[in-house]
Design a protein around this ligand. Structure first.
Ligand code: G3H
Length: 523
């Protein structure tokens, strides 16, 4: 490994009420999923540590966010959109200066390849710029007045209050920012807790947060969920829960809120997206997309293809080509050129995946690719399981790792019924060339999932497209534009259209005495 790739970061501060406070209490050591061998024993490499705050600091973070919002009277929620955008521009500028360090930390903390870590950073910067542009559009659209049935009104969007923002470990920067940035731009204030894996990479941004936004607008907490998250939700003072993780945790968090009607939830949860390979599929394309769809970043994407249904007439040919491609994926360390399968960050993850494989074997499946499922420390060689059936845990559970279950089918009703009965409803991929058959599948599938991908893998992007799911897969829709709506509420100022009222409105506009009631717009 090149010397310049090594890293060690001890974070001993946290951001609260505009201050970077020093922490002298308990620390959580951070280990990379990358291992080293010492005295013949494999050990995860220690790459730093972060503060384990207590409920006391967490509640102070909440207080600070509440104070900055000040029941909607605070400087940030009443500021003009143009000014908020200026603050955000400053933040992005400072963020870009930290690119190298953040990318390195991303790679070490979650084992994402250097190339993909780089892409995650760039995609996030683009997301911020696109969100700013979408906000300008929204602002232009709402700068006009509406006259209806003798009532004059201006309809805009106003912030909701204090947002608790929690992202996932697989896209700790990007997915966190897809909620954090729109939440801030719409005038909310934020308590931000990074995911369990992927904490240190946010440390280089603390100063940027501190210097770019008024005090208390963004506050950070670290520690166990029970200690730092539960008390602030129990307080009833969180207005929006922006959480990307499992439905189990989301349900627990929501239950802690004493006034559920006051809590808006924006959730990105599990998925078990199916790939359906029809007998008239373009075989090479279906194989290529299925390999990428199921195994990019070790299958650790919520949008990954987590079960493949293949028409039994072509299943042998498919498996032959599929396993050959899977075995060509480069397994190695995240900094290696062209690496595709890398160490897994979650504790005991390879044990869990091995258990899924053993369970499937007990019920009649085999690992059909050479070396599939072999484990070396935190690395697992991808395993292709065949034939998979409904007695196996892998049929239902979201593996979130490099194990690909393949189910042969006789009738198209089999994959359709799987999707109907699934707890999840995010996306599906359909591979075929017969447009009539594809059309007959589109209509039932769009009422089960939220994106039907034809001849391509499942994915979130482009980020301007709506990203959501049914059942236990999501609540609320995220995209560059939708997120601005999710973190705000339509609010209007209206009056009966008569001379006196019109004059009052005119005066306010001409004197620019209100930031909300205004016809100014940003170009
Ligand atoms: O983990 C879920 C991500 O939102 C997936 O994003 O489809 O761009 O990899 P992606």
């Amino acid at each position: 490994m090149q010397e310049d790739l090594k890293i060690y970061l001890e974070q001993n501060s946290y951001l609260q009420d505009g201050e970077l406070l020093e922490w002298n209490g308990e620390m959580q050591e951070v280990f990379s999923p990358v291992c080293t061998t010492q005295n013949g024993k494999a050990q995860k490499i220690k790459i730093g540590a972060y503060p384990m705050l207590s409920s006391k600091e967490s509640l102070k973070a909440l207080e600070s966010a509440k104070k900055a919002f000040d029941n909607g009277k605070g400087q940030w929620p009443t500021m003009s959109i143009e000014q908020r955008i200026e603050h955000m521009h400053k933040f992005v500028q400072m963020m870009k200066e930290q690119q190298e360090l953040i990318v390195k930390l991303l790679m070490w903390e979650i084992g994402k390849s250097l190339q993909d870590s780089q892409k995650e950073f760039e995609r996030t910067v683009d997301y911020v710029s696109d969100t700013i542009e979408a906000l300008k559009d929204l602002d232009r659209d709402s700068s006009k007045f509406t006259k209806e049935q003798g009532v004059l009104a201006q309809i805009r969007r106003a912030p909701l209050g204090v947002v608790l923002c929690m992202g996932p470990f697989n896209y700790p920067l990007n997915e966190t920012f897809t909620t954090l940035i729109p939440a801030l731009l719409m005038g909310n204030t934020v308590v931000f807790k990074p995911p369990k894996y992927g904490v240190l990479l946010h440390q280089p941004l603390l100063k940027a947060f501190q210097e770019s936004f008024p005090k208390g607008v963004i506050n950070t907490v670290y520690g166990s969920g029970e200690e730092v998250v539960q008390p602030i939700i129990e307080s009833g003072d969180i207005n929006v829960l922006a959480f990307i993780g499992t439905s189990k945790v989301a349900n627990i968090l929501k239950q802690h809120h004493p006034k559920p009607n006051r809590l808006r939830s924006v959730l990105g949860l599990e998925a078990k997206n199916a790939g359906i390979i029809l007998d008239h599929a373009d075989m090479d394309l279906a194989v290529e997309e299925s390999v990428q769809g199921s195994l990019s970043f070790n299958g650790q994407r919520c949008t990954a293809l987590k079960i493949l249904y293949v028409d039994e007439k072509i299943v042998d040919e498919f498996l032959d080509k599929f396993t050959k491609k899977v075995n060509m994926l480069k397994v190695g360390m995240p900094w290696e050129e062209g690496v595709q399968i890398t160490p897994l960050p979650e504790d005991h993850k390879t044990d869990y995946l091995s258990d899924l494989i053993e369970d499937a074997k007990k019920h009649g499946a085999k690992v059909i690719n050479e070396g599939g499922g072999e484990v070396v420390q935190t690395l697992m060689k991808p395993a292709v399981l065949y034939p998979v059936n409904d007695k196996m845990k892998i049929y239902y559970e979201e593996q979130f790792g490099p194990v690909v279950p393949v189910v042969p089918f006789k009738s198209i009703e089999e994959p359709l019924s799987y999707i109907e009965n699934s707890n999840y409803g995010q996306q599906v991929s359909v591979f075929g060339t017969d447009y009539e058959v594809i059309a007959s599948l589109i209509d039932p599938l769009v009422n089960q999932v939220c994106r039907v991908n034809i001849n391509s893998l499942c994915q979130r992007g482009p980020d301007s497209f709506p990203f959501t799911g049914r059942k236990d897969s999501a609540e609320g829709t995220l995209s560059v534009g939708d997120a601005l709506r999710v973190f705000s509420i339509r609010t209007l100022v209206s009056t009966k259209d008569n001379e006196q009222n019109t004059q009052i409105i005119k005066n306010i506009i001409n004197e620019r005495s209100s930031n909300f009631l205004s016809t100014d717009f940003i170009l």
